[in-house]
Design a protein around this ligand. Structure first.
Ligand SMILES: Cc1cc2nc3c(=O)[nH]c(=O)nc-3n(C[C@H](O)[C@H](O)[C@H](O)COP(=O)(O)OP(=O)(O)OC[C@H]3O[C@@H](n4cnc5c(N)ncnc54)[C@H](O)[C@@H]3O)c2cc1C
Length: 506
């Protein structure tokens, strides 16, 4: 067999997850690693989503790494350009560039049980790694629904996560499909310049006002001179969300009060009772992601905007809604989300039993502590199953998973030799059962909606049903009793098959 480049760790992806993993590896003294990224620059979500109006909906001082504070955030909710620049800055600050392999899309990863390592085939060649850290992102592969007639649409079509900046929207008849987090940012940003905007809405979202403002020069100066002030600010932002989440996870009825705020946000801008009725959700707030915008409803009230039912068909250049409304359009912008519960990377990982992760997850994604899947030794995901949040910063969850990754690598070092850890099926089941049991009481299960948090069988395999503190506690250390330890016999005995021992006994 041809000899390939070998590394201790291969990280896949260069968004917050992959870059965070790279920083943590260096801090752990590990330099023998690469970051494989299919695109030609870092940034993940914040590189790919450059649509007009794109911004975070968690305040920037919380939506950033704790180990890389940024006193100069320009706004409370910074825009895509600033977040992307922050990630470029982190890449330079921590000396990550030599580890980057840009333009390297991972096509296949295969577990080599004989040598206890992964063989990774990329568009730029093959390499092997002892450990794979998969940070390919839950929202990185855009989904376009199968709409009858779309193939023969004569106009322009693109997804919000792949915005075509060369296409001039001025004066055009535009169809925006979907009313999720991206759409509600796009609509007010493009409404003033387009000729006509038809918004195809399957289900209305709950939208709260977004209290966004510029962070003053004085505040920034204070954060630079006295970094503790930025920490206090972050702490407050975190603490409020930590308290709020109890309503989502344990007492959904309390969210009724928040619905009143959202209704007021709508009533301020939408005076037409018929339109207001169409825009009012019939499920509990929080069941789908709560959206933040003070500009969305005012844009919908403008005379060049129509809100119609979900897109059902394209006939030539006519977009037809489920309620029968027809609109002649020049361009269709799909703001229809991502492959979340069917992430494409799972098709590309072949584990110890010769099956793909997608096959192993055919009844739903599951991973021990959101990281390790049984039968996929030394492979872990960042933002794996049930690690998503409905109300706080994903960076908190990513950092918890990085602690888990660091301890995992420490444990491998302590065990010594060529060793791998394979999550025990019973441990994965026990973790998953606990998560699903807690899920039953949450607003995501009881709120009466269908959301992208649910998989094809209706199970919520994406959201963490607790506080970020609870997740941090659960991922502080790797419990070896939850793993089987795989060892390669000492070299003198030849290259025999690897042995398996109980993690508890190791
Ligand atoms: C528009 C938008 C706004 C958001 N706003 C917020 C917010 O306000 N607050 C919040 O908490 N979360 C938000 N999120 C969620 C966001 O996805 C996460 O917060 C976080 O950025 C995810 O980071 P990541 O590194 O896991 O994934 P990503 O940023 O998606 O990065 C994944 C990387 O993996 C690469 N990749 C994928 N497959 C392969 C492959 N086969 N080979 C090589 N490379 C590959 C991709 O190119 C990408 O660079 C938002 C998401 C979107 C889409």
């Amino acid at each position: 067999m041809a000899e390939h480049e070998h590394v201790r760790v291969a990280v896949i992806g260069s968004g917050f997850g992959g870059l965070g993993a790279a920083v943590r590896l260096r801090r752990e003294g590990i330099t023998d690693f690469v970051v494989l990224e299919r695109a030609d620059s870092v940034g993940g979500t914040w590189r790919d989503n450059s649509y007009p109006g794109c911004a975070c909906d968690v305040p920037s001082h919380l939506y950033s790494f704790s180990f890389a504070p940024h006193p100069d955030w320009p706004r409370t909710f910074s825009g895509q350009r600033h977040i992307r620049a922050y990630l470029e800055h982190v890449t330079d600050l921590f000396g990550l560039r030599p580890h980057l392999r840009l333009g390297s899309e991972v096509k296949l990863m295969t577990w080599d049980d004989e040598n206890l390592r992964w063989t990774i085939e990329t568009t730029r060649g093959t390499l092997t790694a002892d450990v794979v850290v998969s940070a390919t992102g839950p929202l990185s592969d855009p989904k376009i629904p199968d709409v009858p007639g779309l193939d023969s649409f004569p106009g322009k079509v693109f997804h919000s996560a792949r915005w075509d900046h060369d296409y001039d929207l001025r004066g055009k008849r535009v169809a925006v499909i979907g009313t999720g987090a991206s759409a509600i940012q796009i609509v007010p940003a493009i409404q003033p310049q387009v000729g006509r905007l038809t918004l195809f809405q399957r289900t209305p979202p709950w939208v709260l006002p977004r209290v966004d403002r510029a962070i003053s020069g004085a505040e920034r100066w204070l954060h630079r001179r006295l970094p503790v002030t930025a920490q206090v600010r972050r702490g407050l932002l975190w603490g409020i969300r930590e308290l709020q989440v109890q309503a989502f996870t344990k007492r959904p009825d309390e969210l009724g009060l928040v619905e009143q705020l959202a209704k007021r946000n709508m009533a301020r801008a939408i005076k037409d009772p018929e339109l207001r009725a169409r825009l009012t959700p019939d499920y509990r707030i929080g069941c789908k992601r709560i959206l933040l915008s003070s500009a969305y409803y005012p844009a919908l009230a403008r005379p060049n905007v129509d809100v119609v039912g979900g897109l059902s068909e394209i006939r030539g250049s006519t977009a037809v809604a489920a309620d029968g409304t027809e609109a002649e359009v020049d361009v269709i912008i799909f703001s229809t989300g991502f492959h979340v519960t069917d992430m494409p990377i799972a098709e590309r990982v072949v584990g110890a039993e010769g099956i793909t992760l997608a096959e192993s997850w055919k009844n739903g994604m599951r991973a021990l502590r959101g990281a390790s899947a049984a039968g996929f030794p030394n492979w872990m995901s960042i933002i794996g199953p049930n690690t998503g949040l409905g109300n706080s910063s994903m960076i908190l969850m990513i950092e918890s998973q990085l602690s888990y990754m660091a301890d995992y690598l420490r444990q491998l070092n302590v065990l010594g030799g060529r060793t791998a850890l394979d999550a025990r099926p019973a441990a994965v089941d026990a973790w998953n059962d606990r998560v699903q049991e807690r899920m039953k009481r949450t607003v995501w299960s009881t709120g009466g909606c269908t959301s992208w948090y649910l998989d094809a069988s209706g199970r919520n395999t994406t959201i963490w049903p607790g506080t970020t503190t609870e997740f941090r506690r659960a991922t502080r250390r790797v419990d070896l009793a939850e793993y089987e330890v795989l060892r390669k016999p000492a070299p003198v005995s030849g290259a025999g098959p690897a042995g398996r021992t109980s993690g508890a006994a190791a």
